[in-house]
Design a protein around this ligand. Structure first.
Ligand SMILES: [Zn+2]
Length: 203
């Protein structure tokens, strides 16, 4: 039997969240950077699409009333960390719309932490869901952007796996309860090793 197709969802792995000096550093997120690199390389080598999400804020964004200013458009902090940069990614700005076939590597910019705040996000995810792949989700932060992606995909009846050793929460104490919530709602919990190990060859 052929291996089940995967679509990787790389959530907000931007400098302002993962760099220790970033504007909204997620505690201990530096620890997951080797796994983020491995996941990115594995997707590229095995031809899995990567849908990346990215905060792209301006100072008047409503989200910045609740969080310190971060990922401001045009700043270094808004860019992805080197571990998750994909050279040929098509970046779709907040007001841009996807034309033609979905690219293998797509970055969706957003002005709220929930990627589904983009009016076109549901339709875009549906286009990547044609062969019913597993959406393999990782990044930051577990308690905000990652949670919104996971629950949003599950609500849309898509198959979801969370890479538990490639996520970090702003409030680390909440992570066990969040993982329980994700699993209870139907997400699989997986690891970088499990996702990236070589596929079994069937003889
Ligand atoms: Zn944001």
């Amino acid at each position: 039997m052929a291996e089940k197709q995967k679509v990787f969802v790389d959530v907000d792995t931007q400098r302002d969240f993962l760099d220790v000096a970033g504007a909204l550093h997620v505690p201990r997120s530096d620890e997951i950077r080797p796994n983020l690199r491995r996941l990115t390389q594995c997707a590229i080598e095995r031809g899995f699409p990567i849908i990346a999400t990215a905060c792209a804020h301006t100072l008047d964004d409503e989200e910045l009333q609740h969080f310190p200013p971060h990922c401001l458009v045009g700043t270094e902090g808004q860019s992805r960390i080197p571990e998750t940069v994909v050279a040929d990614a098509v970046v779709l700005g907040v007001d841009a719309r996807l034309e033609g076939e979905p690219p293998r590597h797509l970055t969706l910019e957003k002005r709220e932490y929930d990627v589904f705040s983009r009016p076109d996000a549901t339709a875009i995810m549906a286009r990547y869901n044609k062969d019913k792949p597993t959406f393999v989700v990782y990044g930051v932060a577990t308690d905000y952007c990652v949670r919104a992606v996971v629950l949003g995909l599950l609500e849309r009846r898509m198959d979801v796996a969370i890479v538990v050793d490639a996520i970090r929460a702003i409030d680390a104490a909440r992570e066990p309860a969040l993982l329980t919530e994700f699993a209870r709602k139907g997400a699989m919990l997986t690891t970088t090793d499990h996702v990236c190990r070589a596929p079994k060859t069937v003889s």
